[in-house]
Design a protein around this ligand. Sequence first.
Ligand code: SF4
Length: 164
Amino acid sequence: MAFRTRLQDRPLLLVYAWKATEPLLQLLRTPFERLGLERASRWVKPVEKPLKRLLFDCQMCGQCVLHYTGMTCPMTCPKQIRNGPCGGVQMDGKCEIDPTMDCVWLQALERLQRTPWTEEGLRLNPPVDWRLEDCASWVTLALGRDQIAIGTESEPRYASEVFD
Ligand code: SF4
């Protein structure tokens, strides 16, 4: 979708939207705790799902890493890999699975350079926790249930920490 691509290619607007949304979600933590993950997700999903589908082609993995991937959803990669690009990216930057599409991870790393989080390109993202699939990531974030908040931060976060 041309609108989405244009927006993601100049991600600053999305960055500001995220920066405004995150503190708001933290404020909602207590009501979300009272409702519990499932019920809170049921309330939040009718807003989150269509909005993020429109803006990011969100696949509702329930553990959003957009702010580490240049506001590009890694779940739109046909392999759904959380750390990329894989070894199969073509010389022209196309995907080996679907040569009609640009490599999602090349796009992510390019767009990341236009955000305040450039150093996150070397970040090691944990594998997807499929138990959270179809949950509202706004709720999992606020509740500290997403993969970023559940303790994986104690693991190496950057490739340099593994290789040093
Ligand atoms: S919640 Fe998951 S699927 Fe949706 S935009 Fe974020 S990373 Fe992509």
